[in-house]
Ligand binder design. Structure first.
Ligand SMILES: NC(=O)C1=CN([C@@H]2O[C@H](COP(=O)(O)OP(=O)(O)OC[C@H]3O[C@@H](n4cnc5c(N)ncnc54)[C@H](OP(=O)(O)O)[C@@H]3O)[C@@H](O)[C@H]2O)C=CC1
Ligand SMILES: CC(C)=CCC[C@@H](C)[C@H]1CC=C2C3=C(CC[C@@]21C)[C@@]1(C)CC[C@H](O)C(C)(C)[C@@H]1CC3
Length: 497
């Protein structure tokens, strides 16, 4: 994909980056004294070091900048029309689920339809409008904003191992601080300390005001994505190869800038692994506490759902370094899709099962508990073992456990595994993840299809994601990818798909 001139620019930028920032450590051309001074500046004051690195980047002429950021020629997600549909329909779906589901029933579609038909027939009287507006809870709104601000503060201030991401198109490498688990622990402790003085009042209040939190998360998602889109035009930013079409709505949705940063604070990395996962973790606990407060006990279905999902979130934060090689970080820009996905979609839609069970408690027979546990353990095993095998093979190919694995070497130098987990299907890790999604929905029973939403949506997301990744790899590896596909014919489910 890289043109010759963009490669030349990449080398030029790389030289500047390597000599100026602690981000790229290996090939410095400065004197040891300068190097030492810079290293100590970056340790003592990472903000100043980041500014210094930014200043040291050569200013490109408009033509050079355009060569580094070629115009995107192909659309994904149905182009501008699809992007418009995503920006409008997905938030509406969140609102429909937030307002259409409560302890009286889980019927977002009927309620949504009634609401719209009343609106169309002008049955929407003033009293109704007033009652809607006065039911808005500004406290919940501000709580969500303070919660998000706290996550930013903790991410920036708590210590953590600093590691480098994959090499970017302009030759530079960014540094990321791994402190996800400390951020989760600190934010949960803060919340628990606040709510302890009020008994269990705070978590129950959060569960009761779920819809207001949904509105707040939507507001933040739009705010963050608008700011990200506008700031992508300031200065000479490295853009995502897929997000520079020039079409406003499309670029806004897919993400224009590759790695928006405020000094050392990486907005995309933060968004991907903090607000969504941590808010989801917390909302689930609130739903469980709400069930406990009404029943004076927890049902086995609630225990299973909350434990499984908490484990999934802890696992993601424990392995947070592995996200640095996913397409969200290496390829996609930061736009509405990721901001909305993480600030709003993940916490509000992924917590649906726990929310459903707090409104409609259910005790599962032992045989079903056994089925659910088997699915979760089997799914997690496939998910984690396959992801770890790929990470370990890529990072330590000489490790004894990787020595017997078969692979093909591509012309770009990367190796593609053709045995082990990655010889069974090209995205066997998706299968494991999807099996876990069944284990999370099954405890909700079959009285309503709504809590099954996650499992259905996730199948669509994974099938679409596999197609996107396939296109990316075909573009990157050309004929080598065809060779790999011949050896490993199945996409996600061995022998089936
Ligand atoms: N819960 C949720 O909502 C979601 C969860 N996920 C999960 O996130 C995880 C990461 O998924 P994702 O980012 O899609 O990508 P993957 O972890 O599946 O990685 C795909 C990349 O791996 C490399 N690769 C492909 N085949 C091989 C091979 N045979 N040998 C070695 N390397 C190979 C290629 O990158 P390269 O260019 O380096 O060769 C390819 O682009 C998955 O487990 C998924 O289930 C994802 C989305 C949503
Ligand atoms: C249609 C729509 C709302 C699109 C937005 C998609 C996002 C919800 C997902 C895109 C990739 C994601 C990942 C995770 C959560 C969902 C989103 C943001 C993830 C953080 C979940 C935990 C995993 O262990 C993971 C870290 C591998 C994963 C990364 C991708």
């Amino acid at each position: 994909m890289q043109t010759r001139s963009s490669r030349r620019l990449a080398n030029k930028r790389n030289a500047a980056n390597t000599s100026s920032s602690k981000d790229v450590k290996s090939t410095r051309s400065k004197s040891p004294a300068t190097t030492k001074r810079r290293a100590s500046t970056s340790k003592a004051n990472p903000k100043a070091a980041a500014k210094e690195a930014e200043k040291a980047k050569p200013t490109l002429t408009p033509r050079q900048w355009a060569a580094l950021n070629p115009k995107t020629k192909h659309y994904e997600f149905g182009g501008p029309l699809g992007a418009f549909a995503m920006v409008t329909c997905l938030p509406l779906l969140v609102l429909l689920f937030a307002f259409g589901c409560d302890s009286t029933g889980y019927e977002p579609l009927t309620r949504g339809y009634r609401f719209i038909s009343d609106l169309v027939q002008f049955k929407f009287d003033l009293d109704m409008l007033i009652s809607m507006l006065t039911s808005w809870n500004p406290t919940a709104f501000f709580c969500f904003i303070i919660f998000s601000a706290q996550l930013v503060t903790f991410t920036m201030s708590l210590p953590g191992e600093e590691i480098q991401g994959t090499e970017l198109r302009d030759g530079s490498k960014l540094t990321y601080r791994l402190n996800g688990l400390s951020v989760l622990q600190t934010s949960m402790t803060m919340i628990l300390m606040t709510s302890k003085s009020q008994g269990l009042y705070f978590p129950i209040w959060v569960a009761d005001n779920f819809r207001h939190f949904a509105v707040a998360s939507l507001f933040i998602a739009f705010l963050v994505s608008i700011i990200a889109y506008l700031s992508s035009f300031r200065g000479q930013k490295l853009l995502a190869l897929g997000g520079n079409t020039g079409n406003t709505i499309y670029d806004f949705m897919i993400g224009r800038e590759l790695n928006p940063r405020i000094n050392t604070f990486d907005v995309k990395y933060f968004t991907e692994l903090r607000p969504g996962l941590i808010a989801w973790f917390f909302l689930n606990i609130c739903m469980a506490i709400k069930q406990y407060s009404t029943l004076q006990r927890l049902t086995n279905s609630m225990i299973l759902v909350v434990l499984f999902q908490a484990f999934y979130i802890l696992d993601a934060l424990w392995n947070e370094a592995s996200i640095l090689s996913t397409m969200d970080i290496t390829t996609d820009g930061f736009g509405f899709m990721l901001a909305f996905g993480n600030f709003c979609w993940v916490p509000m839609m992924y917590s649906l099962q726990a929310r459903y069970l707090s409104d409609f408690p259910l005790d599962l027979p032992y045989w079903l508990v056994a089925v659910v546990i088997t699915l979760e353990v089997g799914g997690y095993y496939i998910f984690r073992a396959s992801n770890s095998q790929k990470d370990s093979f890529r990072q330590k190919p000489d490790d004894p456990k990787n020595k017997d694995l078969e692979y093909i070497t591509t012309r770009s130098g990367s190796r593609l595994l053709t045995s082990g987990w990655w010889g069974k299907a090209r995205h066997i890790n998706y299968l494991g993840d999807w099996m876990m999604s069944i284990a999370w929905c099954l405890p909700c029973g079959f009285s309503s299809v709504i809590p099954w939403f996650y499992c259905i949506y996730f199948a669509i997301l994974l099938i679409h994601r596999e197609r996107r990744d396939d296109a990316k790899c075909r573009d990157k590896y050309g004929k080598d990818w065809d060779r790999y596909c011949e050896k490993v014919p199945y996409r996600i489910v061995p022998g089936v798909y």
